[in-house]
Design a protein around this ligand. Structure first.
Ligand SMILES: Nc1ncnc2c1ncn2[C@@H]1O[C@H](COP(=O)(O)OP(=O)(O)O)[C@@H](O)[C@H]1O
Ligand SMILES: O=P(O)(O)OC[C@H]1O[C@](O)(COP(=O)(O)O)[C@@H](O)[C@@H]1O
Ligand SMILES: [Mg+2]
Length: 371
């Protein structure tokens, strides 16, 4: 079947790369690995599309030479820019003074062809990879690279960005411990993760939290209060509570901080830390403070682990392209870089399994999980 706008690569000579969705530490390390591998190993040229799918739609691009990636390995963010809007299949336009959402994906095929690009590396999370999958179905030769601090992508054991976010959250817990201990307070730390509790659970264990609340286990506030009171009775005058932004009480809803209407998923979570903090203060009479870690978790230099994972993903993605394994995504399976069809990764999320051994360890340490 002839697909409109289809790009049929012969020999691959020129590739494109873009970063989509929320940024994550390690994006630059992937870009560097893609550019160096493409140019040095395969003699290709590389063009970077700017600001996620926005740049592909609006034809914003820049040539990427080896010189352009010098010094970016340890840098946070992405030299290409990114956005968690600009879905080409659901793109906002103003028609007759009213906002409508239309399919502008044909523009992507035009721009890819203008730049002479034979195939594209798309670095993104569940949302960007869902778009990548649709573009592939429409005839664009793409491969995916799994990114997100949330670690919530199906079909890979780990996304890059998670380890750095986890380190930031753990450092925050270490710092909160000293002030909590001095003031005999309860400290609540709200962390990111959308609908998955990976950051909260891992940071909570690494940072010695007393309570960890994650979306996968709706909590009973009485259990949280009991834990804090029990610690008090044992002479432990402070407590540390980690709350994932997606945590919710049994029978209750997640707390929505704001809606970003142009986004495919307009919900931005946030505020549950405050709710928990107020309830704890009222019930225990203990002074309680809340810290919302927010975008600090997405910023800064990637950890050594994330630099290595990002580099392995970037080189692996170019190898996939050269083997014409389009419609696939590089992934981590155990200790090995492998690949899976985008189908298995796109638009699906991976939550903490209730039989996870990390959850079991947390329980056996006496950490309250709110149930
Ligand atoms: N399930 C989905 N299907 C298709 N597009 C999606 C989906 N979720 C998000 N998107 C779109 O993908 C882009 C990036 O999504 P977002 O979730 O913010 O980033 P990420 O790529 O990190 O998951 C946005 O344009 C968003 O509108
Ligand atoms: O950048 P925004 O719009 O505030 O989005 C915040 C969301 O993005 C994240 O930081 C990362 O999510 P994605 O990887 O899906 O972009 C979430 O943890 C958080 O809920
Ligand atoms: Mg997403």
């Amino acid at each position: 079947m002839e697909v409109k706008g289809q790009v049929t690569p012969g020999k691959i000579k020129r590739i494109g790369v873009l970063t989509g969705g929320g940024d994550a530490p390690g994006l630059n390390a992937v870009i560097r690995a893609v550019v160096k591998t493409a140019i040095r190993e395969y003699g290709l040229s590389v063009v970077g599309f700017l600001n996620g799918f926005g740049g592909l739609i609006k034809n914003q691009a820049r040539e990427l030479s080896e010189k352009d990636v010098v010094g970016i390995l340890p840098r946070g963010g992405t030299i290409l820019g990114t956005t968690n809007r600009d879905n080409p299949f659901h793109y906002p336009v103003i028609k007759g003074g009213k906002k409508e959402f239309v399919d502008v994906s044909d523009r992507i095929f035009e721009n890819v062809s203008i730049h002479g690009v034979d195939a594209l590396v798309i670095i993104g999370g569940d949302g960007s990879l869902a778009i990548a999958k649709e573009l592939y179905a429409k005839g664009l030769p793409v491969v995916g690279v799994p990114k997100t601090i949330d670690n919530d992508l199906l079909a890979t054991d780990q996304t890059f960005g998670f380890d750095t976010a986890l380190t930031t959250a753990t450092e925050a817990l270490d710092k909160l411990h000293t002030t909590a201990e001095s003031h005999h307070r309860v400290m609540v730390l709200e962390v990111m993760g959308r609908y998955a509790g990976w950051i909260a659970l891992a940071a909570g264990v690494a940072g010695g939290a007393d309570v960890i609340l994650i979306p996968e286990i709706p909590y009973d506030i009485k259990k949280v209060i009991d834990q804090i009171n029990q610690r008090e009775m044992q002479g432990k005058k402070f407590s540390i509570v980690v709350v994932a932004e997606g945590a919710r009480p049994v029978g209750g809803e997640m707390v929505v901080h704001k809606r970003v209407e142009d986004s495919f998923d307009p919900i931005r979570l946030g505020g549950i830390g405050n709710v928990v903090s107020q309830q704890v203060e009222e019930a225990t009479g203990k002074e309680t403070r809340v810290t919302v870690l927010g975008h600090l978790q997405r910023g800064g230099s990637p950890s050594a682990y994330d630099r290595i994972l990002a580099t392995r993903y970037g080189t692996g993605a170019v190898r996939l392209l050269m083997e014409k394994r389009f419609g696939e995504m590089v992934c981590l399976q155990g200790a090995t870089i492998s690949s899976v069809p985008l189908e298995e990764a796109a638009g699906k999320i991976r939550q903490v399994p209730l039989n996870s051994d990390l959850l079991l360890s947390a329980r056996q340490l006496g950490i309250c999980l709110g149930d």
